[in-house]
Design a protein around this ligand. Structure first.
Ligand code: HEC
Ligand code: HEC
Ligand code: HEC
Ligand code: HEC
Ligand code: HEC
Length: 417
């Protein structure tokens, strides 16, 4: 009898210690894959280039340089939010492989790994480290230079540098925009950075809700570390994020249809707005003594969920009834976000984001004749780059706003109904 208690107590104690540890252990929320476990090698630099800095490309490709300079890719390292988050997350080397992906953008070389999960690299000083190139984050060469050649859409013979034709431009994106999270102790419904999985999960839909053919399939990593699935073209990243425009490829040349280099996303109100359609209207209430106002939000512009990317991103919806002075009488609030339990285990709890082509409705009701009667209804939708709680936790003192209004619409509610 006594022995049973001792064993029971020991098991309980072990369980408590285990759970306690789960609450304080350093947490890695994604799995390191072959695609990005090491920086991109620039052992061979395509002649006549020397430094691979963006200014070097800009000497001939000005328009591309100007666009890229305004993009978040060019700020992937200097971005203050990234910098604070990176330090908070123990300044790990792995983060550099996507935010400063070229080997010469990193102060240390990666020689190998001490652990099976590849979070603990063997490092050595890097004599080729270029701090100026580091500041350029996802720079031109990060996407365009492989094995001493410049990857491009045509394999042009007119270039002074060696060129290789890209099979599919979307192949470039998946190196960094696919991050898996499969481990025994994680229960993700979508991988931590789920953009591609979200597109696949809703492949039967296209923006606007119409059904389409089979979408992109699994995205395995190739031996070289790059993703090699043949159906990546179906992802459509460049169609929406790098549309074709008539433009000069080199300043001295002729205009051609080539891709824009802006990559607008969560930092751009116009881009987020283009993802959504909003309808605010009065609809019949379930009870004859009541009236109902309904807001419908539809993802008409993105193939992935809205919002996508880091789980920090979310939207708030406010649906209000206002009196004649504009004072709020009643308000319904909702969150459009992916909610994840991080500790003791990583579990996707719920997800109220908008899959492609799909709508969500929000309603607010009021009783006719009882209490103050509203004169108008208003809907306000805001986008958040980061949660206020997390912003404070990591100590990010933002100079730029971390949220902005996407929509605001008002309709009047005449008393006659
Ligand atoms: C000395 C001028 C010069 C420099 C410097 C230069 N390029 Fe080019 N590049 C060209 C010319 C000329 C072409 C051919 C344009 C054409 O086909 O119309 C070209 C073509 C390209 C193409 C298209 C290839 C294709 O398949 O169509 C890409 C992509 C490209 N360059 C990227 C870069 C990048 C990235 C850098 C910097 C690392 C760079 N270039 C530096 C002159 C230059
Ligand atoms: C995030 C990845 C990425 C970055 C960063 C990037 N590019 Fe590109 N670039 C592409 C893709 C993808 C294409 C389209 C290739 C295609 O259509 O097959 C392209 C096309 C081009 C072209 C047109 C020729 C062609 O192949 O269609 C030029 C020139 C070019 N890039 C130059 C630059 C320069 C200069 C920079 C830096 C100032 C830069 N790129 C930064 C991904 C990138
Ligand atoms: C070398 C890694 C890398 C590659 C390749 C890459 N990206 Fe990115 N991308 C990033 C990083 C890192 C960020 C986040 C930068 C930040 O906000 O600090 C980002 C951000 C973005 C954003 C969001 C911008 C915003 O406003 O927040 C879009 C959209 C995007 N990338 C699209 C693309 C597309 C399309 C491609 C393929 C042509 C591509 N990326 C290729 C690393 C990459
Ligand atoms: C049908 C058009 C469409 C396609 C296809 C598409 N996107 Fe987007 N994407 C959008 C729109 C619109 C937004 C802005 C709304 C939002 O943030 O969800 C966006 C936002 C983003 C963001 C911003 C997230 C953030 O954190 O700021 C990233 C990153 C991104 N897309 C990457 C991709 C990648 C990678 C692919 C391909 C695998 C892709 N997108 C395919 C339309 C598209
Ligand atoms: C596999 C590539 C990859 C790795 C590894 C990676 N990131 Fe990123 N990161 C991205 C991409 C792509 C985006 C933009 C798309 C999105 O919103 O998910 C991004 C966005 C971010 C953002 C949001 C930036 C903004 O402007 O809002 C932060 C912060 C960030 N990463 C921090 C980190 C930290 C810290 C690590 C290391 C623990 C890390 N990242 C590792 C690819 C990566």
């Amino acid at each position: 009898m006594k022995q049973k208690y001792v064993i029971g107590g020991a098991v309980l104690l072990a369980l408590v210690i285990f759970l306690g540890w789960r609450f304080v252990r350093p947490m890695n929320i994604f799995a390191v894959s072959e695609a990005f476990e090491r920086p991109v090698s620039t052992a061979k630099i395509p002649a006549p280039l020397n430094t691979l800095r963006a200014e070097e490309c800009a000497a001939c490709h000005q328009a591309f340089y100007r666009e890229w300079s305004t993009s978040m890719h060019s700020q992937a390292w200097t971005d203050p939010y990234f910098q604070v988050d990176w330090r908070f997350d123990r300044s790990q080397q792995i983060c550099r492989n996507c935010h400063t992906p070229l080997d010469r953008q990193q102060p240390q070389r990666v020689l190998g790994f001490k652990d099976k999960e590849k979070w603990d690299p063997v490092l050595a000083p890097n004599p080729d480290f270029d701090p100026r190139l580091q500041r350029q984050g996802v720079t031109c060469a990060a996407c365009h230079v492989r094995d001493g050649k410049i990857l491009g859409s045509t394999g042009s013979r007119a270039a002074p540098h060696p060129v290789e034709k890209l099979t599919d431009p979307n192949q470039v994106c998946v190196r960094c925009h696919v991050v898996g999270g499969e481990r025994w102790d994680t229960f993700f419904r979508f991988p931590p950075c789920g953009t591609v999985a979200e597109i696949r999960a809703t492949a039967a839909y296209e923006p606007g809700g119409r059904k389409q053919g089979p979408g992109a399939q699994a995205v395995p990593a190739g031996r070289s570390g790059e993703i090699v699935a043949s159906d990546i073209a179906g992802l459509g990243c460049v169609d929406c994020h790098m549309p074709l425009v008539e433009r000069l490829v080199v300043a001295a040349g002729q205009a051609q249809r080539r891709r824009q280099h802006l990559w607008r996303g969560g930092h751009d109100p116009a881009m987020v707005k283009s993802a959504l359609e909003m309808q605010l209207e009065e609809v019949p209430a379930p009870s004859p003594d009541e009236r109902r106002v309904r807001l419908t939000l539809t993802n008409v512009g993105a193939a992935h969920y809205v919002p996508t990317g880091t789980p920090d991103r979310h939207l708030t919806v406010g649906l209000r009834l206002l009196d004649a002075n504009g004072t709020i009488i009643k308000e319904e609030k909702a969150l459009i976000r992916r909610t994840i339990l991080w500790r003791p285990f990583i579990v996707d709890l719920w997800d109220t984001r908008l899959p492609r082509g799909q709508s969500r409705t929000y309603t607010v009701d009021y009783a006719i004749g009882a209490g103050p009667q509203p004169a108008a209804a208003e809907a306000v939708v805001r986008y958040y780059l980061v949660d206020e709680k997390r912003r404070r936790r990591i100590g990010y003192e933002n100079a730029d706003p971390v949220s902005y209004e996407v929509f605001r619409q008002r309709i009047s509610l005449d008393v006659a109904g």
